[in-house]
Design a protein around this ligand. Structure first.
Ligand code: NAD
Length: 330
């Protein structure tokens, strides 16, 4: 269980793209703690400088400020690297509906550049972030790889396209690629601010500040909220996976199902508040329910997540309480 006992040869070097973001910065931290080398790549568009500064003086960390839309930058980033953990992308379904051209440029062209650079430098494994949004309007629960419906947003289309490119890079060029379909990840350093912020950090921050959060829809939508530690485990286990599992995409979640209104009520309670939410309109492009079948990742990657929702949300609340307290003192 977990990833603490995963070992790589001494001196192994990982490239984490999107290293100034939520998931990327947690990957950087975990890999440095395990004793390996990390190069980060980020253009700081949605990521934060402070997530780079956190590790800046670490002797096994280096950072390239650059854009994955530029092939030369991707080539520079892949030089001398054993494993690529590609997280850089623009997230958010509603924002992609506003900006489809930009999403194509960053998420599709940027990833194609990264695949090409990884191929040219012969990296051992290319592990990349996909998304549960690729299931589109397929209503069957739990979501199973191979049973995808019609896509509902440009964001989902970029992730599905990237999966196809990755599959081709495996079959045509022998690059071992592994797609990780994350399901609503949460945990420390996830940005609570802005119109496109994820609900958990946003609710926590608003409740701590005695503001009334908005719930889009009636709150009866459900999600397989996944704690960040499970995502780190999936990335590192994919680096250890056999070549037979290459070219595939895998559901990465805990395999549970939480309703938004229940989460809201539990956060209210855990933070000692009694604040009524405001109910807003349903968001276009959103799916109603989501819950993952994780048996494929278990079987082919040895993924065995040990952070259930309750344990994860406790850790997340503790972190936000401290982080937001520090910000208030400042
Ligand atoms: P994030 O916005 O916190 O991190 C993304 C990082 O990528 C940012 O630091 C940003 O500056 C960087 N980036 C964006 N465009 C770039 C470019 N052109 N060149 C270089 N860097 C660029 O998002 P996150 O939540 O950490 O998501 C990481 C990955 O996981 C993304 O691919 C996202 O689509 C995927 N994902 C996330 C979730 C989730 O719940 N957080 C769910 C499904 C999939």
């Amino acid at each position: 269980m977990g990833y603490q006992n995963i070992r790589f040869p001494e001196g192994t070097k990982f490239l984490v793209t999107g290293s100034a973001g939520f998931i990327g910065s947690n990957l950087v931290e975990a890999i440095l703690n395990l004793g390996y080398q990390v190069r980060g790549l980020d253009n700081l568009s949605t990521g934060k400088r402070e997530n780079v500064d956190l590790f800046f003086h670490h002797p096994r960390y280096e950072f390239i400020e650059g854009d994955i839309r530029d092939l030369d930058t991707c080539l520079k980033a892949c030089e001398g690297v054993d494993f690529v953990l590609h997280q850089a992308a623009w997230g958010s379904v509603p924002r992609s509906i506003e900006l489809p051209l930009l999403y194509e440029e960053i998420n599709v062209k940027g990833t194609l550049n990264m695949l090409e650079a990884a191929k040219q430098y012969g990296v051992k494994k290319f592990v990349y972030a996909s998304s549960s949004s690729v299931y589109g309007d397929e209503p069957t629960l739990p979501k199973q790889e191979g049973r995808e419906g019609k896509l509902l947003s440009p964001y989902a289309l970029t992730k599905k396209t990237v999966e196809e490119y990755a599959r081709l890079y495996t079959s045509l060029y022998d690059l071992d690629t592994y797609g990780l379909r994350y399901f609503n990840v949460f945990g420390k350093r996830q940005d609570p601010d802005g119109a496109y912020a994820a609900v958990i950090p946003k609710f926590i921050k608003q409740l701590l500040n005695d503001e009334q959060p908005i719930i889009n829809g009636n709150g009866k939508q459900s999600r397989d909220f996944t704690f960040i530690e499970n995502v780190i485990e999936a990335n590192l286990k994919a680096c250890k996976a056999s070549g037979e599992a290459a070219g595939h995409a895998f559901n990465i979640a805990f395999g549970g199902r939480e309703f938004l209104l229940d989460i809201y009520n539990n956060l209210n309670h855990a933070l000692g508040k009694d604040i009524q939410p405001i109910f807003g309109p349903t968001r276009r492009g959103d799916i109603k329910h989501s819950n993952a079948d994780i048996s494929k990742a278990k079987e082919l990657l040895g993924y065995d997540p040990d952070w259930d929702f309750e344990k994860g949300i406790e850790a997340a609340i503790d972190w936000y309480k401290k982080d937001l307290e520090v910000l208030r003192v400042d």
